[in-house]
Design a protein around this ligand. Sequence first.
Ligand code: CUO
Length: 675
Amino acid sequence: FDRPQEPVFMEKGEVNSTSVFDVPDNYLTDRYRPIGADLTNRFGETANSRIPVRNITLPSLSIPMQLGRHEQFSLFIPKHRRIAGRLIDIFVGMRSIEDLQSVAVYARDRLNPYLFNYALSVALLHRQDTKDLTLPLFVETFPDKYVDSKVFAQIREEASVVPEGSRMPIVIPRDYTASDLEEEHRLWYFREDIGINLHHWHWHLVYPFEATNRAIVAKDRRGELFYYMHQQIIARYNFERFSNQLPRVKRFNNLREPISEAYFPKMDSLVASRAWPARVANTQLKDLDRELDQIKSDVADLERWRDRFYEAIHQGFVINEQNERVALDERTGIDTLGNMMESSILSPNRQLYGDLHNMGHVFISYSHDPDHRHLESFGVMGDSATAMRDPIFYRWHAYVDDIFQEHKERLTPYTTAELDYPGVQITGVSVQPESGSPNTFQTYWQQSDVDLSRGMDFVPRGSVFARFTHLQHTGFTYDIQINNASGGQVMGTCRIFLAPKFDERGTAMLFRDQRLLMTEMDKFIVALNPGPNTIRRRSTESSVTIPFERTFRNLDQNRPNAGTTEESEFNFCGCGWPQHMLVPKGLKEGLRCELFVMISDYEQDRVDQDLVGICNDAASFCGVRDRLYPDLRPMGFPFDRLSRAGTDRVSNFLTSNMILSDCTIFHTDQVSQRQ
Ligand code: CUO
């Protein structure tokens, strides 16, 4: 994986050592074959280990080779998807690890580095014999997708001149993509956060939507999770907008309307040696005709698919490929719609309902060069590693979510009986921060370092760190008082959400608006003894997040668990909202919000399965590897539907197993250094 553009026999090996692959001659590319022995000798001198590569009969790579070495790669483009699907099949189909290594070594020097990394990552995650291997951190392999391109020249200079150990971190400027003239730029710390973008890339790696091997795609409730994880991104984004005196994001529901938001990424692709294209203000979507990408598609196609979604939702059923009706019922309707929307191979009918979400990404990402006359590649919306940087991502996904909500709003609201937990009453809740008064959250800026050397081809060996600034919050504990009057021990699921108390005009919100801003903070199982109980839960235990060390897991190369099975869990567990973004920024003068806590009846939530030793600490957004989604209720429960008649506010929606509490998020503009 390392140094994706250097030839394979120069591969850097494990930490603090180098390895040389003993590669069969016919594996070298034409260019290197005549000098192969020299190169191996040259790099072999410093090698601590040699890895022999077995000469095998290679499967045909002709389809994967259809994508050039120095092109951009996008999963949203159908042609690229097919190519990736073929390569995943090849990697997954190899009978042994040795054979997989052989084909991977051969493929690496011949295929597009992004494609190679993606397909091999998916294969390693899904093969029984490799799923415990640790994948290198994506930002380290392809730092060009995450940071200001200016940093790279500085890194090269530092690495060439200064010996390892004395190198200074290169500081990535705090907000480099626009000036304060652009309102949307206030959200830079969210959109351009490395951890958030890594989470999003990782989520899509764990939940691919296309592969010949259906099992790779057909994970439990993956369509519903597509809906829910992205719904929560929009809820969080709107919370951040309120933290910056901005109104909720405007959904991109008129596909013919000029897009007023511009975006200039200031990033260069190291593989394609081109700048990521920008989009100027008021760009309009246009019909696409790009022969290179084999895309010929009209905006009207998107509109037609969209209309079919609304028709299906209003009728309450979809039509599958056998021309049968499949009901959009309470249990599976949202999962079906999620797979239709993305769309994945689990879509009941891709002919009819098309590929709305993915092609939306494609149309937006090519709006600057719809017919390829300028020979430009796609913008950041075309890649799941970069899409969340662009303000239009949120407008597009707000619209996608709106279609899902059209379905959710048609479901029968939960009755009190479905919500209540007889005998269980929450009597109090407070948030106790490590510093500051009760029921407050504190946020500030922090600087952390990430090692970019694995992705820096042809520079001297050794770590080179980039220092970036991100949001951070003071740790806190939820303190929850519960009375159990049932007479025996009972189990419950504690569900914690946070939402702004007022809308952008300062008005208290109706349930139907506030429910969409309900941001999941945590979800965990509790055992309640008869009588009064106190539950204390730390912010770092959140079921939504993964710790900083996991998001950036290779930061500490002397980490105590290096190479252990605990670390191997990181592959799946690289998916997870970054802990440092758990709490929205808030305001200097304080952003007023409401904390909602519910204890639901575990008998109605439980999924019987063994989770021992399984990394499941970000299960809310990412599920659990090789397991069912560990909560039987619809994702987002109890806010995934409208409220029963007569309850127009969250305050009168409450049953006695729920509680609502006022709290405030304070932000200080200070920057601190990670210790
Ligand atoms: Cu995650 Cu649109 O699905 O990017």
